[in-house]
Structure formats: C-alpha cells, structure tokens
Design a protein around this ligand. Structure first.
Ligand code: F6R
Length: 615
C-alpha cells in the first residue's frame, strides 16, 4: 500500500526522499510524487509509474532545492493511477501540500460541501478533499495548521497516515495517524517521517512510532509535540532505539529480495528459535507465552485469524495444535471473521498472525475478538507494528525485514513459532509423550540444516522451471500437514508469475479438479514419506492415467514416486509434523525461477502490496 516519506532539517530533502521512496517500493504502488520547499517556493513533481519515472520527471521540471519535503508512493484506491491522482496534493490556495496513506470513507459528502463553498478539484482522490477541508477550517476558524488538521481529522471517517505542510510555515510539518503506520526518525536537529524506519535507517537509530489517533507537530531544530487527535491531550514522545541495520534492507548480491529472503531461511529460522528452543535442557521458553499458558490450555478453542500466506501458516498450526495439544482449532480469514458476527467468548483464545503487523482486516478482527472478551495473542514479524501493540501478548518471528512482496521467510518463521507454541502447550498439558517432545526439539533444531540442503536443488529446480514456464495453469496437491503447503505453493506462483494455479487437498482432486487434467496440466504433488504416502502415490497414478505432468516433492532417497513422476525435487527427511518447513522451499524456488524467466517484476508484482492497510 502507499508509502510516505518526509524530511525537515539541514540537508537537501530531495535525495533523502527519493531514496526513502525506493526503500518503500516493496509496499506496492503505481505512482509516485514529491514536494519540496526552500522557504520561498514550493516545487512539486509527480507521475504515474515508478520512482525512477519520478526522478526523470523531476530532472527536467524542478530545481530540487529545499530542506523540507514530502514524498509518496501511491497504491490506487480512489481514482485510477495517473499523474493527477498521484500525491502530493495542493490545496486550492496552493499553500498547503499533503501526502496520505489510507482511505477517507466519507470524502464524497465533504467534497460536495466544499464544492458548494467554491472549491474545485483536480483529481478523483479522497486526499485532495482532505487537504481542502484542512484549508477551509484554517481560514474559517482562523487557526494554525496543526489545529486545522486536528479539527479536520475529527470530521473524517477512515484510515490515514498523513504529512502536510503550509507555505506560511517553512519550519513545520504536521503528521497524524489512524490505522496506517507512521514512524518519525529523530536525528540531530533533523526529523524524518516514513511508513516504516527503512528510509531513514542510515541517518538515525532513534524513532518514535505514533499511536493511532495521535498527531505530531514537527518543527525544524526543535522538539516534537504529540497530541491526541480526539481530546487534545499532550503525549510524551517515546523514542525507541531501532535494531535495524542497512545490510538487512539491501539485496546483498542477490538479483532480487525474494531470492535473498528464500536463501536467508536457514539463518532466520535459527534466529526465530534462538534462546527459545533449549534442546539440551528440554525446554521451550517463549517470553510472551509463559504467563498465559493456563489461558491456552483451558481454552474452549483456539481461533487463528490471518490473511494470505499468514493464513496458510495458521492452517499448518491447526494440525500441530490439535495433534499435540489436543485443543480444538479454527482457522479463519480475518476478512470473513470480522464481518460474520462470530460466536466468541472469554474462554476462546485468538491467535493473530501477520508478517507486517499492519494488515487492516487482521487488525479489525483482533479488535472484534477483544471486544467480545477473548484473549488475543499476536505473531508478528515487524517489531512495534500496530498488531503487535494491539494484542494482549505475543511472539515476534525475528525474520528480519521482508522486502519481496511475496512472503517466504515470514511463512517458515511463523510456522517455527507456532510449532514451538504447540509443543510447549502439549508438554505442559501432558498430551505429548516425553520422548516425542524431545525428538521434536532435536528435529526442530535440525530444520535450518535441512532447509540449507533443500536449497541445494536450486539449479535442478531452475531446469524444471524452464520446462513449465509457459504453462497457463498449475495444480498443487498435498495432504495433511502439506495441504497448506500446496495452497502456499499455488499462491506464490500466482502472485509473481501471474500463472493461474490452484492448491487442493490431494484426496479432493477426484471431486472436481481431476476434470482439468490433460497433457497440458502440470501438477505439483507433495509426496513425501508420511502417513499419506500410499494414498498420494495413488493420486499420482490417477493424474498419470490422464496424461498430466507430475512434478513431485519427495523425500531424499525416494524410489517409488521417482519412477512415476516426470520431475522430482528432493527434500531431507524430517518428521511429518515439521515437513512444511522444508517442502515449501522447492515450491518457493520454482515460482521464483518461472517468474524470472517470464520477466516479471518479482519483488513488486503488479497490483500487490506488501502490507494491506486498507480492507
Ligand atoms: C503472500 C503475501 C500476502 C500476505 C497477506 C498478509 O505472499 O505476502 O498474502 O501474506 O497480505 O499479510 P501480513 O502477514 O503482513 O498480515
């Protein structure tokens, strides 16, 4: 979704904002813009397209001067992606300039009123309505920019992270947040504004994360004043020290962030369980969980809410929680759950999973569950994200920044955390034998080695990708623990190659999808050694009988499926319960190579956004 960047200080704002916008490209966008102010003249450049297109536009059209500036990458919601709808937007007088991430839901009634008062509009956006509302209030009430912003935000319904400045105030930027993220980097006599800390990490490690319904007046060379938008209460700024470093957000020699992140999995899975999985002592120690174990164990059921890939991780957890801890689990799409008037009681425990910690539907589902009295536990990757703050307790995945839009390492680290929680609960509850528990601790500790081994098949997978890159449909099949992996494999291929793919439980194939199978249809089957092996082999036979092409994920040393399949991708042996952590690796690589061969934008696939902050 949209990205925002701002700067006020003593340096040239242009390069800081342009580089910052590039760092936020992963969020997904279709246009970009920048406004600079040197105290005399405001300069603005914006365009449909990417930040490089913006740089070209800026080259001929503006002088790039100014130590105050704001920039934006837009992911279209109201109005098509074009130059006019791109941000920043001027107010009618040309004195106010705004950027906005979010949606103003009641913009059309406000727009009508403003038109009646003589305002004109040059775009279809809700944002241009907001900046003119601020202008109207400023004039009518004779108030300063900060007050006008506050009054305006009390009149709008929706979500926002905004930054706005006023030509009459060359030393001030006003920002505000509700539902969309906003971080303020605090340097020496300079401030940075951004959707996350990546745009300013080389300048400062100190950041303030605004809470929902807070606004800040940022003055050059002075302090930041934070207030509650609703009741004007002053809030003391809380400056956090960031753990992020510049290497984590660069490609490090890989062609794409996605490939880098796939290859990071052995080390980030280890980071996820480091200090938490104490194999020698037979202990799993999760800080956020310890005091809430009775809540989990005594829960009537666990409801897992998430979207997309995180939802797939939740599906894997349904198997481990029920299998080991014997607690009933339901896995819900957050977007459906929040609108379904679900039955939730104080005896339910809700687990919310989100890489970004900002997904609007997941956040709304959390708020609903809390309102109904449930205890809500968060599993997030982004430290300090809204979901991590909104939940009662939780565990971070520690996967490091995931920049490729298609989620890879977030998925495997989410499963790692969920596996540790399930094992811990089962152990405390006594529903897993001591030997099974200890065996799983040892095997979980082996997963980074197994993932590294699975990555060694990369060249072979590239060859397979070459054969199938022009297919127009794919079917992915898996059973039990690997049914969610089939869904995830299909999602990865769809997202980055734009090839239609469907994931299915293997046994369901004969209830419909088998009709699709002919010699044109590649079928990816997860056929590892498991309780279902024989049955999956039968499914493979059924596909072969209809001339489908089989690409199978098999356990090292497999002979039966190797005979039947057209191509195999091997993974090391691990207990069935942990197989999703390894079987997902070849599927990530297969999607990646097909997308590269088709010349797709792997890290920023069309129409997708990294954090979906609108519903
Ligand atoms: C898939 C993908 C999305 C996200 C989904 C939830 O590769 O990235 O499906 O998984 O938008 O996002 P988070 O986990 O940030 O809540």
């Amino acid at each position: 979704m949209c990205g925002i960047v701002g700067y006020i200080g003593h340096r040239d704002a242009y390069p800081i904002i342009i580089n910052g916008l590039k760092r936020l490209e992963y969020r997904g966008y279709d246009s970009a813009g920048i406004a600079l102010y040197d105290g005399t003249q405001i300069e603005l450049a914006k365009t449909k397209g990417k930040v490089v297109d913006l740089e070209q536009r800026a080259n001929g059209s503006i002088s790039k001067k100014g130590t105050l500036g704001i920039g934006h990458t837009r992911w279209a919601t109201h109005g098509v992606p074009n130059d006019a709808n791109s941000h920043p937007h001027y107010s009618n007088s040309g004195e106010l300039v705004i950027i906005h991430n979010g949606i103003i839901e009641n913009y059309s009634s406000i727009k009508k009123e403003l038109i009646n008062r003589g305002y004109t509009f040059h775009s279809d956006t809700d944002t241009e309505v907001l900046v003119n509302l601020i202008e109207e209030i400023k004039k009518k009430e004779s108030v300063k920019l900060g007050k006008a912003v506050q009054i305006a935000l009390n009149q709008v319904v929706g979500a926002y992270a905004i930054a706005v400045f006023d030509k009459n105030k060359p030393n001030e930027i006003v920002v505000a947040k509700l539902g969309s993220p906003l971080a303020i980097g605090v340097g020496e006599d300079e401030f940075f504004i951004a959707s996350d800390a990546s745009p300013f990490i080389e300048f400062t490690n100190n950041a303030i994360y605004l809470e929902d319904e807070e606004m800040a007046i940022i003055r050059r060379g002075k302090d930041i004043k934070i207030r509650k938008i609703k009741n004007d209460k002053v809030v003391k700024p809380f400056v956090q020290e960031l753990q992020l470093n510049i290497e984590q957000i660069e490609k490090g020699g890989y062609d794409h962030f996605m490939l880098k992140e796939i290859y990071e999995q052995p080390s980030v899975i280890k980071d996820t369980y480091r200090g938490r999985l104490l194999v020698d002592q037979g202990i799993i120690k999760l800080g956020g969980l310890e005091e809430y174990i009775p809540k989990f164990i005594n829960a009537d059921r666990i409801i897992i809410i998430a979207c997309g890939t995180s939802w797939h991780a939740g599906l894997v957890a349904e198997y481990t929680f029920e299998d080991w801890a014997r607690i009933p689990v339901e896995v819900e799409y957050a977007s459906e759950f929040r609108y379904r008037n679900p039955v939730i009681t104080e005896k339910d425990v809700v687990i919310a999973i989100s890489q970004s910690g900002e997904t609007a539907d997941t956040l709304a589902a959390i708020k609903l569950a809390k309102k109904k009295g449930a205890f809500v536990y968060g599993i997030c990757n982004v430290v300090g994200s809204t979901i991590s703050r909104e939940t009662h307790s939780g565990t971070y995945t520690h996967a490091g920044p995931e920049i490729g839009v298609a989620s890879t390492k977030a998925f495997t680290t989410q499963i790692t955390v969920l596996t540790m929680i399930a094992l811990k609960l089962a152990h405390v509850k006594g529903t897993i034998s001591k030997s099974d528990y200890m065996m799983h601790l040892h095997e979980l500790d082996m997963i980074p080695t197994h993932v590294a081994a699975a990555l060694k098949s990369n060249d072979k997978i590239k060859e397979i990708a070459k054969v199938f890159k022009d297919a127009t449909n794919f079917l992915y099949l898996g059973r039990g623990y690997n049914f969610p992996v089939a869904l995830e494999g299909a999602l990865k291929l769809k997202e980055i190659s734009y090839i239609h793919a469907e994931g299915y439980p293997a046994a369901e194939m004969k209830h419909g999808p088998i009709a699709l199978i002919d010699e044109q249809m590649p079928v990816v089957v997860i056929a590892i050694n498991s309780n279902h092996y024989g049955k999956v082999v039968s499914n493979i036979e059924e596909i072969k009988a209809r001339k489908g092409k089989i690409i199978a994920v098999v356990t090292e040393g497999d002979t039966v499926v190797r005979e039947l399949a057209d191509y195999v991708m091997e993974v090391p042996k691990t207990p069935e319960t942990l197989t999703p952590l390894v079987t997902t690796i070849p599927l990530q690589l297969l999607s990646y190579h097909i997308a590269v061969m088709l010349d797709r934008n792997v890290d920023q696939p069309r129409n997708l956004a990294k954090s979906v902050t609108v519903e």
